[in-house]
Design a protein around this ligand. Structure first.
Ligand SMILES: *[C@@H]1O[C@H](CO)[C@@H](O)[C@H](O)[C@H]1NC(C)=O
Ligand SMILES: *[C@@H]1O[C@H](CO)[C@@H](O)[C@H](O)[C@H]1NC(C)=O
Length: 532
């Protein structure tokens, strides 16, 4: 019997950002068509059936912070920082963990040929098309210079032609850090084009000073990375960025907030009605300094596997505050900050040691395996590419530690991992929703007791990285099915999609609003005269 649907999802508990209820879902032409308490055999007809067996059915994950094809030189020899995942392997890993949309970063550099943001985006787009993507993808733009002519002529084209409506700015890293006056320039230009400004908030000068002090004391091992970035480094920068944004009445979003100190500063700004948004990531809820010391001895280079910025807190005390922030709305989105470098690779984490010439006995490491070398050499944390992989583990970690453990509701989970990122980055309700007309991007979890809790190993994962920071951790659930635009692309541990499935997404502006315009036009604020 012909069905009006191509595929039906039956017997699921449908969870959205607002509701939980038992519904069957009918999908037609890659879109959600009908939700009904239960379909009749006539409704189902010859449609493909996915039986959720009482498991939770949610909009597919939207991961708004993913680094792919983004190399980063970290040392004098130019070895470091080859991004381990391209669009094919990164999106493959994402879909196997229940994520159906990723937003990656097209990155400007200070090379003259990178002056044009449009050229940067074209080149990045070509890299995505080269391999294809398993799931739909979009781009943010990283801006590292304030060329006024470029901002003026190119930002409108980025929005119109490419649908790029968010930019990321850095307050640290020598080759990317913008000074305050430059931050203001770019933020104002972004605001005038309805582009959302994302901020990496760390005080670059404090980090340089602290790293020099550590270095002068011979404290070079990977673990000392954490000491080079105490919470005040993040807190100071967050506070400064808020003041700058308030000056020009610009909304901002803080990426990867890692400490309660920073969360409290952000919360205070939100309480004043400012349009300040924040993101946190699995590493801040699941790793501590203990993990930075986890492999072998505290001075072993293998701990470089855990280096990311900002670093996770010393112990789990900050995690309670971060969970509270997830629960109470301080955090708008929960993203992975997937920033993959291999460990056993001269262009990965090992670069932190190979770049560190003086600690080497030999000029070349031919004939010695890198891990062997790493046991006798400490290298320097300063030269280690920053970042850890996590696009596949993002949803299962928060599901286990947040939903199963009862810290957040299933609806909050959907809001943070799918609906809010879709709204914040202008993709809603095509993404992040299960409304009639939305793309049929769906993640279905195992029903309670349907999956025996298991310990994760890197072999379970589908990225192109040779380790996971979550090795050995126990997971209570995992996506059982992932559907991307109505197609089953992951089922019971098997990948069924292809890298030709994903399409580029043009995005609209931030849909989460501009906060309370509580300041009457005050003659002292710049916003009253700067555009006159
Ligand atoms: C991180 O999550 C895992 C898996 O749920 C859990 O077992 C572990 O205790 C967590 N670690 C920390 C430091 O919170
Ligand atoms: C919400 O959480 C933040 C921490 O992220 C905290 O600073 C704030 O006090 C909390 N607010 C309420 C009303 O619970």
């Amino acid at each position: 019997m012909l069905s009006k649907f191509d595929l039906v999802v039956l017997n699921g508990v449908v969870v959205t950002a607002s509701d939980t209820s038992s519904f069957d879902i009918g999908i037609k032409d890659g879109k959600i068509h009908t939700l009904a308490p239960s379909f009749t055999p006539e409704d189902i007809g010859d449609a493909q059936v996915v039986d959720a067996e009482g498991g939770m059915v949610m909009p597919g994950g939207v991961d708004a912070h993913v680094h792919l094809c983004q190399d980063q030189k970290t040392g004098p020899l130019g070895l470091g920082g080859q991004c381990a995942d391209d669009f094919e392997t990164g999106s493959r890993s994402a879909v196997c963990g229940g994520t159906t949309t990723i937003i990656a970063f097209a990155k400007q550099s200070r090379d003259e040929e990178d002056r044009s943001l449009l050229k940067v985006v074209e080149a990045y787009s070509a890299r995505a098309e080269e391999t294809g993507s398993y799931i739909d993808y979009a781009f943010h733009i990283i801006i590292v210079r304030d060329d006024k002519d470029v901002l003026q002529t190119e930002l409108p084209v980025l929005v119109k032609k490419w649908g790029i409506t968010s930019c990321k700015l850095f307050m640290t890293y020598k080759t990317m850090q913008l000074q305050d006056y430059q931050l203001l320039d770019v933020m104002l230009a972004a605001l005038d084009n309805s582009i959302t400004t994302m901020i990496h908030a760390e005080n670059g000068d404090m980090i340089t000073w602290l790293a020099e002090k550590l270095e002068s004391k011979g404290m070079l091992a990977p673990y000392y990375h954490a000491l080079s970035r105490p919470p005040s480094v993040e807190g100071e920068a967050a506070n400064r960025a808020i003041v700058l944004a308030e000056l020009i009445e610009s909304p901002i979003l803080f990426v990867h907030v890692g400490s309660s100190a920073s969360a409290n500063i952000i919360r205070a700004a939100q309480t004043r009605g400012l349009p300040v948004f924040a993101e946190t990531c699995p590493q801040y809820l699941n790793l501590t300094w203990e993990d930075l010391k986890r492999f072998h001895s505290p001075d072993c280079f293998e701990n470089s596997k855990m280096i990311c910025s900002p670093p996770p807190g010393p112990d789990s005390s900050d995690q309670d505050a971060l969970y509270l922030g997830l629960h109470n709305g301080t955090f708008t989105v929960f993203s992975s900050d997937h920033c993959p470098y291999k460990y056993n690779d001269p262009h990965g984490k090992m670069a932190g040691m190979l770049e560190h010439g003086p600690s080497m006995h030999r000029a070349s490491c031919e004939g010695i395996s890198l891990p062997e070398l790493a046991k006798s050499k400490t290298g320097s944390f300063k030269l280690v590419p920053n970042g850890i992989p996590g696009v596949e583990t993002r949803l299962p970690l928060l599901f286990t530690r947040g939903v199963t453990a009862g810290r957040i509701t299933p609806q909050k989970f959907v809001e943070l991992t799918s609906t809010n990122p879709a709204k914040l980055y202008g993709l809603y309700p095509q993404k992040g929703a299960l409304l009639p007309g939305s793309d049929a991007d769906i993640v279905i979890w195992y029903p309670e007791g349907g999956l025996t809790p298991f310990k994760l190993t890197n072999e379970h994962l589908h990225h192109n990285v040779d380790y996971t920071p979550y090795e050995g951790m126990e997971f209570a659930n995992w996506p059982r099915y992932t559907l991307s635009r109505g197609q089953v692309v992951w089922a019971n541990g098997k990948l069924l999609g292809t890298p030709r499935d994903g399409r580029y997404l043009k995005r609209g502006p931030n849909q989460l609003g501009k906060g309370v315009a509580h300041f009457k036009k005050d003659p002292r604020t710049v916003a009253t005269w700067v555009r006159e």
